[in-house]
Design a protein around this ligand. Structure first.
Ligand code: ATP
Length: 358
């Protein structure tokens, strides 16, 4: 059967993991949750490093099934594991570190070639270096390539960017995006960062105290008001658009979607190309009518479909529907009252800024 099915119960001293998840068999699933919610413990159960009661099936391969007394040891599970800190062999060159990953797999079972991994992670010029002469980001790219060369059926990544500074993170994210676009290997990706989730995840699992608070397509969960991710400073929705036209005079690109269109600064994208937009709640404001002059270019008719408290008591979250596309706005409670905003009301969503993500 295609898909990942993970049932795991693991009582620990002051904590218990208890999850039952059905996840897509390809793409990136982000595991998101507060510190101590059980993200690493869940990965360790999938890897067989912690012995939970339950069942683990990965695209038709059974790794554990207590009912049938099956529990493969970690080395028999075809998985790649990438940790916060790359654990490379210091005495081996990058080339030999990669060869080590590949040697573990019989040639007939290799699904990722050395050249493909080197190309995908941009390691060509680093092959003769030793790990101590690599930056943190480069080391992490080698660790990812080495994991890929073991031809895993599942890649587990536990906050792979957490040990890197902001600049190194931005440097490595495009490689992870390529991995996502070009490889069919499913990835479970633990992260605390909304930015990483927005850029990489197709599916999202929110863990709370060892339990699944929500699991579903990233787009759907991000737009919900009842989940803690809506309270994140970086809360945002994702909107799939298509490049509709370029305005050469004003150097803008118009992106169309079901709810209307949005103009962004001119992008080097072909008309008809897909573009994924991130719209942050803090960048959306609400006006009552479209005819008020404003410098905000992107103004979409939308209907209010719900309110929720925001993290700060001065603010509230508003869920809007722009012809079927959900948007989130974070506004002050004062403006909500002054404008008399209520559920069901038709308003104008003013979008101050958007970002293209992938
Ligand atoms: N071997 C163990 N024995 C007892 N308790 C453990 C053990 N391993 C983890 N825990 C506890 O289980 C809980 C979940 O830990 P885990 O590392 O899975 O959380 P996490 O969500 O990955 O956290 P973080 O984001 O900080 O890495 C924590 O309360 C931790 O103290």
């Amino acid at each position: 059967m295609s898909g990942l099915s993970i049932r795991a119960r693991l009582p620990l001293a002051d904590f218990a993991l208890d999850v039952d998840l059905a996840l897509p068999g390809r793409g990136v699933t982000a595991l998101f949750g507060a510190s101590g919610s059980g993200k690493t413990t869940l990965l360790r159960c999938v890897a067989g490093l912690a012995r939970a009661a339950g069942r683990v099936e990965v695209n038709g391969e059974l790794w554990q099934d207590d009912a049938r007394r099956i529990c493969l040891p970690t080395h028999k599970r075809a998985l790649g594991y990438v940790f916060q800190e790359a654990s490379l062999f210091a005495h081996l060159s990058v080339r030999d570190n990669l060869a080590f990953g590949q040697k573990r797999i019989a040639p007939a079972e290799r699904r990722v070639s050395h050249d493909a991994a080197v190309e995908l992670l941009g390691l060509g010029h680093l092959l003769d270096r030793s790990p101590e002469r690599l930056s943190g980001g480069e080391r992490q790219r080698v660790a990812i390539a080495r994991a890929l060369l073991t031809s895993p059926r599942l890649l587990l990544m536990d906050e792979p960017l957490a040990a890197l500074d902001a600049a190194r993170k931005q440097e490595i994210l495009p490689y992870l995006e390529r991995l996502h676009d070009e490889l069919a290997i499913p990835v479970i990706y633990v992260s605390h960062s909304m930015d990483e989730v927005l850029r990489l995840a197709d599916h999202l699992v929110l863990l709370e105290q060892g339990r699944v608070r929500a699991s579903g397509p990233c787009r759907e969960l991000l737009a919900r008001l009842d989940l803690p991710i809506a309270l994140d400073e970086e809360a945002a929705v994702l909107v799939d658009t298509t490049v509709a036209a370029h305005d050469e005079a004003y150097q803008l690109t118009r992106l169309a979607f079901a709810g209307g269109s949005i103009q962004v600064t001119r992008k080097a994208l072909a008309v008809g190309a897909p573009a994924r937009l991130k719209i942050q709640a803090r960048d959306v404001s609400i006006a009552l009518a479209a005819d008020n002059p404003s410098s905000i270019v992107n103004r979409l008719p939308a209907r209010i479909c719900g309110f929720a408290p925001a993290a700060h008591p001065a603010q509230c979250l508003v869920r809007l529907d722009a012809a079927g596309t959900p948007l989130l706005a974070r506004i002050t409670r004062l403006s909500k009252d002054q404008l008399g905003l209520v559920e069901g009301m038709d308003v104008v969503a003013q979008i101050k800024s958007v970002a293209l993500v992938g």
